[in-house]
Design a protein around this ligand. Structure first.
Ligand SMILES: [Fe+2]
Ligand SMILES: [Fe+2]
Length: 241
C-alpha cells in the first residue's frame, strides 16, 4: 500500500541522468495514494470539494499522459531498437489505463456531480472510491515494474551518453511552462531530502538562466521551505528575492 506522505526514491537508487524520470514516478506514486485517501474521505454532499477533486485529478491525468507519451516517443523506441518484446508490456499498460482506469474514475466523478439527492451521491461517492483504489493499484504495479525492472535494464544496457540523450529527449517534450508546473507539483509533495536531491540534480543539468527562473518559482511558493533548501544546498549562488 502506497502512502501519499512518503518518498519512494530510496527504493530506486538512481544517481545518473535518468534521475528525473524517477522523481516523476515518485510523484505519481504519491499522487495515486493521495487520490485514494481523498476519495475515501470526500464529502459527497460538498459540491465545491468534489469540483476541486475533479479539477486536481484532471490535472494529474494530463501529467500522467504527458509522461506516458514521452516514454512512448523516446524510451520505448530506444528499447525496441535493441530488444524485442520489452517495451510492449509497458505500452500495453498505458493503453489499458485510459479505458479501464481513468475513464472509470471520470465517469464516477461526473455521475457524482450529476447526482441529485443524498442517496445517489453516497452511491456515486462509493463508486468513485472504488475507482480510485483501481487507479492506485494499476499505477502502483505499472510504475513499480518500470522502477524495478525497466530502469535497471536501461542503466545496464545504455551507456551514460545514451542515458543523457534519452533523459534530454524526454524532458524536451515538455513546454517550459508545463515543465515548470510539473517540477512545482513534484516539489510540493516531496520530503525535504528529495527536494534537496531534485534541486541539486536540476542545478547540474539545467542551463543557469533556466535554473534561476525555476528557483524563483519554487522560492515564491513557500519562503520557509525554500530557506531550508538554501541551507541544504549552500553552493546554490542565485538570488531569489
Ligand atoms: Fe509507463
Ligand atoms: Fe513511467
Amino acid at each position: 500500500m502506497l502512502n501519499a506522505e512518503r518518498s519512494y526514491l530510496s527504493e530506486v537508487p538512481v544517481s545518473g541522468p535518468l534521475q528525473m524520470y524517477v522523481y516523476v514516478h515518485d510523484a505519481i506514486l504519491r499522487g495515486v495514494a493521495g487520490y485514494e485517501d481523498r476519495a475515501k474521505c470526500l464529502d459527497r454532499d460538498d459540491a465545491v470539494a468534489v469540483a476541486k477533486f475533479a479539477a486536481e485529478l484532471g490535472w494529474f491525468h494530463e501529467m500522467v499522459k504527458a509522461h506516458e507519451k514521452a516514454e512512448e516517443a523516446v524510451l520505448f523506441p530506444a528499447l525496441n531498437e535493441r530488444f524485442a518484446f520489452v517495451a510492449e508490456t509497458y505500452a500495453y499498460d498505458h493503453d489499458d489505463f485510459e479505458p479501464h482506469v481513468f475513464a472509470g474514475l471520470e465517469e464516477a466523478l461526473a455521475a457524482l456531480q450529476r447526482a441529485r439527492g443524498r442517496g445517489d451521491r453516497s452511491e456515486m461517492g462509493d463508486l468513485l472510491y472504488r475507482q480510485s483504489v483501481a487507479l492506485h493499484e494499476h499505477m502502483r504495479l505499472h510504475v513499480s515494474k518500470e522502477n524495478e525492472l525497466l530502469l535497471p535494464k536501461l542503466e545496464a544496457e545504455f551507456d551514460l551518453d545514451e542515458q543523457v540523450q534519452i533523459a534530454a529527449a524526454m524532458g524536451g517534450r515538455f513546454e517550459p511552462a508545463m515543465m515548470g508546473a510539473l517540477i512545482s507539483w513534484m516539489y510540493d509533495g516531496q520530503v525535504e531530502q528529495d527536494r534537496e536531491g531534485m534541486i541539486r540534480f536540476l542545478m547540474r543539468v539545467l542551463p543557469p538562466p533556466d535554473f534561476a527562473k525555476l528557483a524563483q518559482l519554487l522560492a515564491a511558493k513557500d519562503t520557509a521551505a525554500w530557506a531550508q533548501i538554501r541551507r541544504r544546498v549552500p553552493e546554490m549562488q542565485i538570488s531569489t528575492t
